[in-house]
Design a protein around this ligand. Structure first.
Ligand code: PLP
Length: 441
């Protein structure tokens, strides 16, 4: 078997324009991951690195799963590609059925994409087209939330609420709910913060400003991930649901991170007992092994499109690689693993130990908040005067050098290991983090 691995000293770093990276800084001192198995990466210089963030919130079943590798290999040999525009292949239908079985009740119509960003833009387009098809074409506005991350497509950045992702680019018509991070009232909350349900009332204010009949959809992450793990205040998501119902606005949950078991249920929607109209997913759908995403639609939303002449295409949208057979094979093998190992609910058992370990860092200097839900946690550090992000960056680099991968946003470190993590590994993650944070000025 040929493994394409160029000799270390011969790699030029110039050509790869890296995403979401300080390219010049990175290339002066690269951090290279060369292989991975189970809970660990191995660097190009042979060091083990404990994966504290499931790659990028995606490798839920752990690394190097042979079952997925085998399924992918078999699929490339038997049907490497098949179009799904006016054609089909069995795995696409099989996968959609399998996903429908674990979906929130009634959300059993599934559109395939290749990433979270594409899932978000797809869901927003479905929302616009849904209203238009029902004679409400005036619903052209979207509501997202401050600090929200919905990928990098034009739809996603329009509803997203991270300023650096927005400021350089034109956007669609969108307004934003206030974010729910309230360190003054909720610092060191375990699980859902108890203050902040009133922030959901702001939706009424925003709708009254725009005219509710002009709004197509509200989109939120049930637990904001990329902004640094922000669990919603108690009762908040239920209120958003009620307000959307009141005005006929579609509610979209972006479950690209929370989907596939991270909160101890297949989807956050089931964890919270709140069913949206559309749900976006990606990442864990293939255990991060191949690019794939999926939008789950409530049956009624889907069926609203199935009313015109039968020979008419109902939705002028799709990707060459929608339901790519090899990605489908990877996803089916991933779902088999999730099922046989009980991974979509395993977090219920390990979340208590994870919470205790995370909050064990509370006494460290510079730690101003710790937040957690399911198998997601964030440790927020006080920013250095005049240098926001510098302390967090140093922590992330030192953690990596000491053998731990964590995710960084500003001065917030996020921890979200693969769902196979043991209690011993949980303790190891937080004790390594303790050592790093104790040495930071
Ligand atoms: N939505 C959410 C909630 C995400 O966390 C992400 C990525 O982290 C995305 C969308 C975008 O996904 P992708 O990077 O696969 O386009």
């Amino acid at each position: 078997m040929t493994i394409h691995q160029p000799p270390k000293n011969e790699i030029s770093l110039d050509a790869f324009w890296m995403p979401f990276t300080a390219n010049r800084q990175f290339k002066q001192k690269p951090r290279m991951l060369a292989s991975a198995k189970g809970m660990y990466y191995r660097t190009d210089d042979g060091r083990e690195v404990l994966d504290g963030c499931a790659g990028l919130w995606c490798v839920n079943a752990g690394h190097g799963r042979q079952e997925i590798a085998d399924a992918v290999g078999r699929q490339v040999s038997s049907l490497d590609f098949a179009p799904t525009f006016q054609m089909g292949h069995p795995l696409a239908f099989d996968l959609a059925e399998r996903l429908a079985k674990i979906a929130p009740k009634g959300m059993d119509r599934i559109f395939f994409t290749n990433s979270g960003s594409e899932s978000v833009d797809t869901a927003l387009k479905i929302a616009f087209a849904y209203h238009r098809g029902r004679g409400e074409g005036q619903r052209t506005k979207l509501i997202g939330r401050e600090k929200g991350y919905h990928g990098v497509g034009f739809g996603g950045i329009s509803v997203g609420g991270l300023v650096n992702n927005r400021r350089m680019f034109p956007t669609l018509q969108a307004d934003h709910l206030p974010h729910t991070l309230d360190i003054a009232r909720n610092a060191f909350s375990k699980g859902l913060p108890s203050h902040g349900i009133e922030l959901a009332d702001k939706l009424e204010d925003i709708l009254n400003l725009h005219g509710p009949e002009t709004v197509a959809a509200v989109i939120v992450e049930p637990v904001a991930g990329s902004a640094g793990v922000l669990p919603p205040p108690e009762g908040y998501l239920q209120k958003l649901r009620a307000t959307c119902d009141k005005y006929g606005i579609l509610l979209i949950f972006d479950e690209v991170i929370t989907g596939f078991g991270r909160l101890g249920q297949p989807f956050a929607s089931q964890y919270f007992g709140v069913t949206p109209d559309l749900m976006t997913t990606a990442k864990g759908i293939t255990n991060g092994n191949l690019p794939m995403g999926a939008v789950f639609a409530r049956r009624e939303v889907h069926d609203a499109f199935m009313t015109g002449p039968e020979a008419a295409i109902e939705l002028f949208h799709g990707y060459t690689y929608s339901a790519h057979p090899v990605a489908c094979a990877a996803a089916l093998a991933t779902l088999d693993i999730y099922e046989t190992e009980g991974l979509l609910t395993r977090v219920q058992q390990i979340a208590p130990a994870f919470e205790v370990a995370a909050h064990g860092l509370r006494d460290l200097p510079n730690v101003i908040d710790i937040r957690n839900l399911g198998l997601m946690a964030a440790v927020e550090l006080a920013p250095r005067d005049g240098a926001p992000g510098a302390r967090g960056y140093e922590a992330m680099v030192k953690a990596f050098e000491s053998g731990l991968l964590v995710r960084l946003t500003g001065d917030t470190l996020a921890i979200s290991p693969p769902l196979i993590v043991s209690e011993t590994e949980i303790d190891k993650i937080f004790s390594m983090l303790r050592t790093v944070l104790a040495t930071l000025d």
